[in-house]
Ligand binder design. Structure first.
Ligand code: ATP
Ligand code: MG
Length: 455
């Protein structure tokens, strides 16, 4: 009923007459500036073809459609966008009907994924104000928005985006950028500014604090004073954010290519303290600091060189020194080394999981990488060959090299494995150390009851 009413009010099927292109930025459509190509200079050829096909398809069907958000911001900053999102006044059902290969996704926000070959374009319907009386928007006592599915006009949609730089709409047809909040001028000045009252906006969605830090580090934008000030005071609101969302955001932060700067900025803003156990570990642990800095540097270099990075590897590095200290603790309690390591791994993962939902597929790879570390010490008999054949050898070996570089283990161990991986069969055989196998076999014959290992 409410949806029907909204649809009638906004009449999504009827396109407004296109504004007349002009050579300078002009004020039309309420407060929006229409910025022509001559001023913004976004090269249309840099827009992803699938995104263009999507806007064209929607516009042909009589709807408004724009490339929006991060992609427009990145193009203005002369950076290659990670993804191209489209915003429209068509409802998800209408978008779904226009594109044969599309599906509606999402619960909190209903979006449409439009598929072109292996590419997917995310299409969102203009969202309205969450402050409406409608049942489709819900706010918690802290001010946090819980559900937010009200459709609205383009101006409403712009108002509920986070930063002015993220509220720009590019029309590939007219090649205009539509700017409701002076985002274009803020980008020119190198400023990241919150739309509306920053404190209210952080209360609505505390993740915006993390986004401010991440985007400013990634894009080299300065967080504007009023946008920055409330962060220190409101940092503890991050505690209310669901762990899975925090994990996604942390992943973006660590894999942005600017992890080192982002982590430093988080510390500066007091956003790490007592909030995210992972970051507490990362930032307040002198022992592991060198190891973690090396890991972040390594990740940043790989991202910037467009090499693949594995979240499991990164999280394994971030938590390694926690595992080491728990490992020592369990051994001091009388546990044998390998079971003690497995207990330590489980304990560390469990503590993190409370706040940060590390997905099972990541945590099992992390455990494999950690669990393989003691096996690098064994350089006799068949064992090195078995380890070398392990599907995770490469990741575990890279991990070992970081441990060597940080000074935790002797460099000669990493060098031995580098030589072993590059050697031929005869050279490998010559490298092996004297075998200790017989002793182990004798011990196994004693038939001790096997202890259940918590892996
Ligand atoms: P990135 O380069 O990391 O993708 P982005 O700004 O594009 O950065 P997305 O998560 O892809 O980030 O979000 C796309 C757009 O959605 C943003 O540009 C912004 O307009 C809007 N947006 C995203 N998250 C929020 C939020 N928490 N509050 C308000 N608007 C948001
Ligand atoms: Mg994006």
């Amino acid at each position: 009923m409410i949806k029907k009413l909204l649809q009638r009010v906004f009449q999504p099927g009827k396109k407004k007459p296109a504004p007349r292109p002009s050579d300078s930025a002009s004020l039309v459509n309420g407060h929006a500036k229409h910025i022509p190509y001559k001023v913004h200079r976004i090269d249309r050829d840099l827009i992803n073809q699938s995104a263009i096909k999507t806007t064209e398809g929607l516009q042909k069907a009589g709807f408004e459609a724009y490339v929006v958000g991060g992609a427009v911001r990145d193009l203005l900053l002369k950076r290659r966008p990670k993804d191209f999102d489209v915003a429209t006044n068509a409802t998800p059902e209408e978008v779904n009907r226009i594109f044969r290969r599309s599906r509606i996704i999402g619960r909190r926000f209903r979006l449409v994924h439009v598929m072109f070959g292996s590419e997917t374009v995310e299409v969102s319907t203009f969202r309205g104000s969450h402050l409406s009386e409608s049942d489709d928007a819900k706010t918690a006592e802290s001010g946090r928005i819980l559900r937010d599915n009200v459709f609205g006009s383009q101006a409403n949609d712009a108002l509920r985006r986070d930063f002015t730089a993220n509220a720009l709409y590019y029309d590939p047809e007219s090649e205009e950028v539509i700017d409701f909040h002076n985002g274009f001028s803020d980008i020119q000045k190198g400023i990241l500014r919150m739309i509306g009252d920053p404190e209210t906006r952080y209360r609505e969605d505390p993740v915006r604090m993390l986004r401010a830090v991440r985007l400013s580090a990634k894009l080299g934008l300065k967080v504007e004073k009023h946008t920055e000030t409330p962060i220190a005071k409101l940092a503890n609101l991050l505690q209310d954010v669901p762990p899975s969302r925090l994990f996604d955001e942390m992943l973006k932060l660590f894999l942005s290519g600017h992890a080192q700067e982002s982590v430093m900025a988080l510390r500066q803003h007091g956003l790490h303290h007592g909030l995210l156990p992972l970051l507490d570990v990362v930032l307040e642990q002198p022992l592991g600091e060198r190891f973690i800095n090396l890991a972040l540097k390594n990740t940043d270099e790989r991202v910037l060189a467009e090499k693949p990075v594995s979240p499991s590897f990164l999280f394994a590095t971030l938590l390694w020194h926690e595992v080491l200290s728990a490992w020592q603790k369990f051994q001091e309690l009388g546990e044998r080394p390998i079971p003690a390591l497995h207990q330590a791994m489980n304990e560390v993962i469990d503590i993190q999981a409370e706040k940060l939902a590390i997905h099972k597929r990541y945590s099992s790879t992390m455990k494999e990488i950690w669990g393989m570390q003691p096996r690098f010490e064994q350089r006799a008999g068949k064992r090195p060959f078995g380890l070398f054949e392990h599907p995770r050898f490469r990741a575990a070996y890279d991990f070992l090299l970081l441990r060597c570089e940080s000074g935790e283990v002797d460099k000669s161990l990493g060098e031995w494995w580098t030589k072993f991986s590059e050697a031929n069969a005869a050279e490998r055989a010559a490298m092996l150390q004297p075998s200790t196998e017989p002793k182990k076999r004798r011990r196994r014959q004693r038939k001790k009851p096997t202890q259940a290992q918590p892996l």
